[in-house]
Design a protein around this ligand. Structure first.
Ligand SMILES: CC(C)(COP(=O)(O)OP(=O)(O)OC[C@H]1O[C@@H](n2cnc3c(N)ncnc32)[C@H](O)[C@@H]1OP(=O)(O)O)[C@@H](O)C(=O)NCCC(=O)NCCS
Length: 192
């Protein structure tokens, strides 16, 4: 098992997934003010204030010796350009988990998130006994659906008006990747 305080998952192009830091607060406040992020990311702190972002950060920053399921996405120069992680706390022994993710506008449309999702999913399947990872983009969020498809996730079904908060509720699409599929993709890559 890793001590995730120093973990760094390398993505093509020099991007990395590594731990979220308390010093990322001001960058995250800026991210959450982007309308696309606040419209599509149900897991962000609401209302979004310095205080709620700090509370949210307290759950995201890995404690020493613990394994993290929430990662910062950093550009080659170290700038925080997004994040990816499991929503809420992962229950011990959980068989499935839902995750969320976002990128700042300047880095969209360059294929960064499909690589981040792929690397993140491989890591979770390797280090946790999760059988199924899923994400639930809104039916209107075609960019997110494309990113999941490119990362090897399969579209399963749609969920009508899927959110308890009526002001955020919209149709969502379930995308999932199973542990076996991760293994199959790995052996296909090795065999190629
Ligand atoms: C959804 C998101 C993570 C996609 O990440 P990405 O790295 O831009 O993904 P890709 O580069 O693979 O692009 C995916 C699709 O986005 C669309 N796209 C292309 N350029 C784009 C841009 N500048 N801005 C937004 N979407 C763009 C295209 O449909 C593309 O699909 P294609 O490659 O088949 O043409 C990113 O747009 C984002 O952070 N959006 C706001 C937050 C959000 O929606 N989070 C997901 C919640 S479920």
């Amino acid at each position: 098992m890793n001590n995730d305080a120093s973990i760094s998952l390398k993505l093509e192009g020099g991007f990395v997934l590594n731990p979220i830091l308390r010093s990322d607060k001001s960058a995250f406040l800026e991210h959450f003010s982007d309308p696309e992020i606040s419209r599509n990311l149900l897991g962000m702190p609401r209302p979004c204030t310095g205080e709620t972002v700090e509370e949210w950060l307290a759950h995201c920053v890995p404690e020493s010796g613990s394994q993290t399921t929430m990662f910062a996405i950093r550009a080659p120069g170290g700038d925080l350009i997004g994040a990816i992680g499991i929503d809420g706390e992962l229950a011990s022994g959980a068989a499935c988990a839902e995750f969320g993710y976002w990128l700042v506008p300047s880095h969209r449309g360059q294929g960064i998130m499909p690589r981040a999702i792929h690397g993140f999913a491989d890591h979770i399947f390797q280090h946790f006994n999760i059988q199924r990872l899923c994400a639930l983009p809104f039916s209107t969020n075609v960019s997110s659906q494309r990113a999941l498809e490119k990362a090897g996730f399969r579209r399963e079904r749609s969920l009508r008006l899927h959110h308890p908060n009526p002001s955020l509720s919209q149709d969502a699409i379930v995308y999932a990747r199973m542990r076996e599929e991760a293994r199959d993709q790995e052996s296909e890559t090795r065999g190629a």
